[in-house]
Design a protein around this ligand. Structure first.
Ligand code: FAD
Length: 391
């Protein structure tokens, strides 16, 4: 019967094909049984529960977009729902998949040669190889289209990489990292598949994060790192190709932000119906119902937006500004929603055991990564006006 999630108020899940719904239910069951019981403790310890990875990689979550790895006809709308389901349990787990499936596999899927795709995509799908995506630098975040300082210098059949990267997800334990660097030959941004055991490559965990504590982010140093020409992504010729990867993943982050909002909302509904004040459940107080109603409105509007942006990908008509609008809107709505839900729990809203505190903290990272709200607004603004206002 639909909707199967009460928080999918308009029943958008009914738009999925039967085999997609079955796969989604399997994923939901796995997450609730195997992941949910772990996440608050791992969040507190700032560690990733790697024991979930074999089970997670068996789900129909990885590689659905690429010929080399897809196992049936799974739509982008289904892919979005998987991001929602994961973030509904834990935004860090959704982020692990966003990096592995979206950024690492996405870079190779979008910009790799047939040989590179055949070599790496199947291993990334199974989790035999863990990937990371190194674009951001200590001195270049929002301006990475122009501002990258990491260089790639051609020497015969090799490239020599030098520079620093910051915030790189999964990079404390990745086997390969996609490094984006400016060619000293033509000044264009190029992508490289860098095995992390290459001499001159080092990654250091960023400590004391207060959002997405389960995700392991790293600072990377590249000192005369040599990779063969065969490791350069053969179809990444400029930042335009990097942006094509980001367009895919931004839409997924929009979906994950809805999941994060739903996680907080479901915890708030449960709390409101059991906690009593003034002699009745707080859910019977009108103002508490208003908190829940506003949250559900944000969630419902965001699912509608995300559904359409993924349908546009399925139809081959999605553009950068479409994904950016969804990311900017859904993350803003999420940020308001987790705040409303935290409010509904009163003091317990800041205690990890009630889940909402984790969703509330994690929302901040989703709001800022994969392009801040401002940068995504500027991408939309450029589409509206025809005028770039970045610089
Ligand atoms: P800045 O670019 O310094 O921006 C600071 C503020 O200035 C923002 O509010 C921004 O919107 C604003 N601003 C900047 N320029 C303008 C302008 N022209 N107009 C208006 N406002 C402007 N990167 C990777 O490459 N790989 C990863 O795996 C990865 N994972 C991440 C995980 C986490 C948890 C986090 C927090 C970040 C991650 N990032 C990753 C980096 C992320 O993409 C950047 O943090 C993001 O792009 C913003 O860059 P910045 O933090 O340097 O902020």
């Amino acid at each position: 019967t639909f909707p199967t999630l009460a928080s999918d108020f308009y029943g958008f899940e009914a738009l999925l094909a039967d085999h997609e719904r079955d796969a989604l239910v399997r994923l939901r069951t796995f997450l609730e049984a195997e992941v949910k019981p772990l996440v608050n403790d791992y969040w507190e310890r700032a560690e990733f529960p790697r024991q979930i990875l074999p089970g997670l990689h068996e789900q129909q979550v990885f590689g659905n977009l690429w010929e080399e790895t897809k196992a049936g006809d799974f739509s982008a709308v289904y892919g979005g729902w998987t991001a929602l389901e994961m973030a509904r349990v834990d935004a860090s787990v959704a982020t692990y998949v966003g990096v592995q499936n979206g950024l690492a596999m996405g870079s190779i899927g979008v910009a790799g040669s047939p040989e590179q795709r055949a070599e790496w995509l199947p291993k990334l799908k199974t989790g035999d190889v863990v990937g990371a995506f190194g674009l951001t630098e200590p001195l270049s975040g929002s301006d990475s289209a122009q501002g990258l300082r990491t260089t790639a210098t051609r020497e015969g059949e090799e490239w020599v990489l030098n520079g620093s990267k910051r915030w790189i997800g999964n990079a404390t334990w990745s086997d390969i990292t996609i490094i984006w660097a400016k060619s000293t030959e033509d000044g264009q941004v190029k992508g490289f598949i860098v095995p992390t055991n290459t001499p001159g490559y080092s990654a250091t965990k960023i400590e004391r994060k207060q959002s997405l504590r389960i995700v392991q982010n790293a600072d990377i140093e590249l000192t005369d790192v040599r990779v063969p020409e065969s490791h350069r992504l053969q179809n990444a010729n400029s930042f335009r190709d990097t942006a094509a990867v980001l367009r895919l993943t931004r839409a997924e982050v929009a979906w994950a932000s809805v999941g994060t909002a739903i996680g907080a909302y479901e915890a708030a509904v449960e709390y409101a119906t059991t906690r009593e004040q003034f002699g009745k459940p707080i859910a019977r107080h009108q103002l508490v119902q208003d908190l829940l109603s506003r949250s559900l409105a944000n969630i419902t509007a965001s699912i509608a937006l995300c559904t359409r942006v993924s349908q546009m990908l399925d139809d081959g008509v999605q553009r950068d500004e479409h994904a950016s609008l969804a990311k900017a809107f859904a993350t803003t709505a999420m940020r308001e929603t987790v705040g409303l839900c935290r409010e509904a729990l009163g003091g317990n809203g800041i205690v990890l055991d009630y889940d909402v505190a984790r969703f509330h903290a994690d929302a901040e990272a989703l709001y800022s990564y994969e392009g801040t709200r401002e940068m995504n607004s500027l991408i939309v603004g450029r589409a509206i006006t025809g005028m770039g206002a970045f610089v």
